[in-house]
Write a protein that binds this ligand. Structure first.
Ligand SMILES: Nc1ncnc2c1ncn2[C@@H]1O[C@H](COP(=O)(O)OP(=O)(O)OP(=O)(O)O)[C@@H](O)[C@H]1O
Ligand SMILES: Cc1ncc(C[n+]2csc(CCOP(=O)(O)O)c2C)c(N)n1
Ligand SMILES: [Mg+2]
Length: 321
């Protein structure tokens, strides 16, 4: 058989769950639960841009799916299935074995079977994942649902992945000792699906933080036509960042990407319910500010002065428009 189909069969073909048609036909088929709407998101990961060429392929397989599941979490959706597009320079059995194991282990953990994809040859490793989820349409956590007066929350911790990335890029040489404690935040993010699901009917707007807190919160502010007042002292720093230079730390907390935690808004009357949802999901949440009626996108500090921002967040085409 052609090597291409051999590869697909060997690494990516699993028996489809009952009621689904998986790998092997022109399309996959799967049902959407009655009364719910399909949530779809896609993310591309390019070698050298989203990951280092020598990253552990097991972790890369995990992250390629995790960043997509994170978008379902940010919508309050539950995973249904995923598809995987792969462009590879050559057949590397060790890499494929690790990548597929990392990917399929997470797919199993979150009930998101791999039901199809496409495999081609190309100059560098390029991974495209599309996830399909289900959410009752009226309960989806949309970016435009924030309201003035809402608390702004963030789950988990911030900054760890960004400092890990800087260390791997050879920046901050005096801090290299921190890398072992931070690397997991960059290379093995956990999608916050349990939290997103439990925030249905409690939170208003939500987004997952991929490009940096300020940039991603900015999307909620723009869509919800709100300003925000932030308490930077309430930002939850990754424990591996304790004692770091204050400016470097603040820049990482506000502008660092690859976080894959949820930033969400909820009415102050829902504080107890938010705390219960977070406890049930097994993740910490921090209240970091409030939405205000004001110019859309305006960011204030807790004194009400414009927030001083040194790092804008991640932008693939920075300086090009
Ligand atoms: N080439 C494209 N064609 C159509 N829509 C696009 C395209 N690229 C991005 N989008 C849409 O633009 C919006 C912002 O895209 P982006 O990739 O920044 O999503 P995100 O959720 O903010 O980031 P992430 O996926 O990293 O969490 C999304 O609604 C996305 O579907
Ligand atoms: C080798 C390497 N260089 C840079 C980064 C940082 N990075 C790349 S893409 C991105 C935003 C999310 O991606 P997208 O907006 O495409 O979903 C971030 C923060 C990395 N992880 N690895
Ligand atoms: Mg997102």
């Amino acid at each position: 058989m052609a090597a291409e189909f051999d590869l697909i069969r060997k690494y990516f073909t699993q028996s489809a769950p009952q009621g689904m048609l998986g790998v092997g036909d022109d399309c996959a088929l799967f049902p959407v639960p009655a009364g719910q709407t399909c949530a779809v998101s896609t993310d591309l990961l390019v070698e050298g841009r989203h990951f280092f060429p020598d990253v552990d392929p097991v972790l890369l397989g995990h992250k390629a799916l995790a960043v997509n599941l994170s978008d379902l979490a940010a919508m309050g959706a539950e995973p249904l299935a995923c598809v995987l597009g792969l462009s590879l320079p050559a057949v590397d059995a060790v890499w494929l074995d690790g990548f597929s194991r990392g990917f399929l282990a997470l797919a199993r953990e979150y009930g998101c079977p791999l039901v199809g994809g496409d495999t081609t040859r190309g100059p560098q490793v390029c991974i495209s994942v599309t996830v399909f989820g289900a959410v009752p349409a009226a309960q989806a956590l949309r970016r435009d649902a924030g309201r003035p007066g809402d608390d702004i929350w963030v789950s988990g911790t911030l900054g760890g992945a960004d400092i890990a990335l800087q260390l791997l890029q050879g920046k901050l040489p005096g801090e290299a000792w921190r890398l072992p404690g931070l690397r997991g935040a960059l290379e093995c993010p956990a999608p916050q699906l349990a939290l997103g699901r439990r925030l249905r009917g409690i939170a208003h707007a939500a987004i997952d933080i991929s490009d940096g807190l300020l940039q991603d919160l900015g999307h909620i502010l723009a869509a919800s036509a709100c300003a925000a007042r932030l308490d930077v002292r309430a930002l939850p720093a990754h424990p591996g960042l304790a004692g770091m230079d204050e400016d470097i730390l603040l820049d990482a907390l506000l502008g660092g990407g690859d976080v894959y935690q949820l930033c969400f808004t909820a009415a102050p009357q829902q504080r107890e319910q938010v705390a219960q949802a977070a406890a049930a999901a097994g993740v910490a949440v921090s209240r970091i500010g409030v939405l205000e009626a004001g110019p859309a996108g305006l960011l204030l500090d807790n004194q009400g002065a414009p927030l001083h921002v040194r790092r804008a967040g991640f932008d693939h085409f920075e300086g090009q428009s």
